[in-house]
Write a protein that binds this ligand. Structure first.
Ligand SMILES: NC(=O)c1ccc[n+]([C@@H]2O[C@H](COP(=O)([O-])OP(=O)(O)OC[C@H]3O[C@@H](n4cnc5c(N)ncnc54)[C@H](OP(=O)(O)O)[C@@H]3O)[C@@H](O)[C@H]2O)c1
Length: 283
């Protein structure tokens, strides 16, 4: 297949990486199904010239309806899936309610899993496909005050690695993208999740949270080595078009650095380094 007859479903296209990848792949000739969970965003995406649909990954019915509609438009085929729509729930592990942790997993893991397993039979039937999971450097190493997100991305890594082994020999390739800091609405959405679920005033981490909120609300890039979402688009294109897509695509210097250090350093040394670079969680 060349890109002219390849189709791809992308989740979380209202902003950031999803929007950039949807537009970039459409310009490259792909048939892109750009999905977002809110109707207003779907209308905005349509106005921008994208084939857009509603898909909320935390809702099984929404997943079913979107997949059914897309397959009816393609005649039952879909070359690729880019699982991308997610958010970060900030907060210390001891401040995370069961509800907050569950909501994080519903969106960042269970929804991605539900969507993926609906599409694997389609890919088997057509003799191949690509599944690309947008993980994070925080699926490779952890930072304090991000336990829910760390856990969701570590779990994603485990499921993706297992799936790759299970799909060996099927011509369905599973790749993980590992971005470090990327320019998007990620921090705004993390701040909203923090406000929704964390009782900062009554936490022993109150002061850390004040510094963290400052970072989340900072204008411009909050972290060094931040890249635009096009850096992810380039890796997605490779994962879609290479005969032998990579298992993991590192994006940004922090991912190369920590992806390497986690294999070299003893655990305690890595802990010390991660505490230092994160300012104990405030950065
Ligand atoms: N930006 C970074 O520094 C960074 C680093 C590593 C990994 N990542 C990963 O990159 C992916 C995209 O994030 P981004 O940086 O582009 O941030 P973003 O601008 O906040 O985009 C996140 C997207 O996910 C969507 N989303 C949230 N909950 C959803 C749900 N239940 N169903 C469907 N979509 C949902 C959001 O939609 P709404 O507008 O409706 O909320 C939005 O479209 C995420 O998987 C994230 O973990 C980002």
């Amino acid at each position: 297949m060349n890109s002219n007859n390849k189709s791809i479903l992308i989740t979380g296209c209202s902003s950031g990486i999803g929007l950039c990848v949807a537009e970039g792949l459409q310009q490259r000739g792909y048939r892109v199904f750009a999905t977002a969970r809110r109707l207003a965003d779907v209308e905005r995406l349509t106005e921008r010239g994208l084939e857009a649909l509603v898909l909320d990954v935390s809702d099984d019915d929404s997943i079913d309806e979107a997949v059914e509609e897309i397959l009816s438009r393609t005649g039952g085929t879909l070359y690729a899936l880019f699982n991308n729509g997610a958010y970060q729930q900030p907060g210390a592990v001891e401040d995370l309610s069961r509800e907050a942790l569950r909501a994080q997993f519903e969106t960042n893991l269970f929804g991605w899993h539900a969507l993926t397993r609906k599409l694997i039979p389609v890919m088997r039937q057509q003799g191949g496909g690509r599944i690309i999971q947008n993980s994070s450097v925080l699926g490779l190493v952890v930072l304090p005050l991000r336990g829910a997100y760390n856990a969701s991305k570590f779990a994603l890594e485990g499921l993706a690695d297992t799936l790759r082994l299970e799909l060996a020999g099927t011509n369905i390739h599973v790749s993980l993208i590992e971005p470090g800091p990327i320019r998007s609405k990620f921090r705004d959405n993390a701040h909203a999740a923090f406000k929704k679920h964390i009782d900062a005033e009554n936490s022993v981490y109150r002061e850390h949270y004040a510094a963290m909120e400052e970072r989340l609300q900072k204008e411009g890039d909050a972290a060094p080595f931040t890249l635009p979402p096009e850096a992810v688009l380039r890796r997605v294109i490779h994962a879609l078009e290479s005969k032998r897509p990579q298992v993991r695509y590192y994006v940004t210097f922090p991912t190369y650095l920590f992806g390497t250090l986690r294999r070299l350093l003893p655990y305690r040394w890595l802990d010390r380094l991660l505490l230092k670079v994160s300012g104990g969680g405030s950065r």
